[in-house]
Design a protein around this ligand. Structure first.
Ligand SMILES: [Zn+2]
Ligand SMILES: [Zn+2]
Length: 155
């Protein structure tokens, strides 16, 4: 990481960076690999591994029948996110294309396995209090629906 930042913490923001110098337009100031990825709750049909929109009904995983693009089917892309355990969970449950269950499922798997990713994820600030003020009813309903779907999965 650049020495042009200080890392700070505020309860309302969590960890954040404060610039200690000016930057030029277009300058890359920070890059980081995602800790966890997944489709959002209003996702169109996307590849579960790379999140690229799929263009054809033939772009599906041969085991679980969820969307998987041609590159990920051919293993041109490593199956980092749609791994064999997730595939087996989805294949053994009738959850086809309920995209809002994928990210919570991945989060729960990290938590249950107490991985290094989970150590990072559990320290993120959820901003729940500010979200509830903006779209309180819809978000609450979404959370209940996602929790019900997850609790019905056979793991
Ligand atoms: Zn893909
Ligand atoms: Zn699969």
């Amino acid at each position: 990481m650049s020495s042009n930042f200080d890392i700070k913490f505020k309860p309302e923001l969590g960890n954040h960076l404060i610039s200690t110098s000016d930057f030029t337009v277009g300058e890359v100031i920070f890059t980081e690999e995602p800790t966890l990825i997944g489709p959002n709750h209003l996702s169109p049909d996307v590849c579960l591994n790379c999140l690229k929109c799929v263009a054809s009904s033939e772009e599906i995983c041969s085991k679980c029948s969820w969307c998987l693009c041609r590159d990920c089917q051919s293993l041109n892309n490593p199956l980092e996110w749609h791994d064999p355990v997730e595939c087996e969970i989805l294949a053994s449950n009738d959850t086809k294309n309920i995209y809002d269950s994928i990210l919570p499922l991945r989060l729960l798997r990290e938590a249950l396995s107490q991985t290094r990713k989970w150590d990072k994820l559990k320290n993120l600030v959820d901003h729940y209090q500010s979200l509830i003020r903006k779209e309180d009813f819809k978000r609450m309903v979404d959370k209940v629906i996602v929790c019900e779907k997850i609790s019905s999965l056979n793991t």
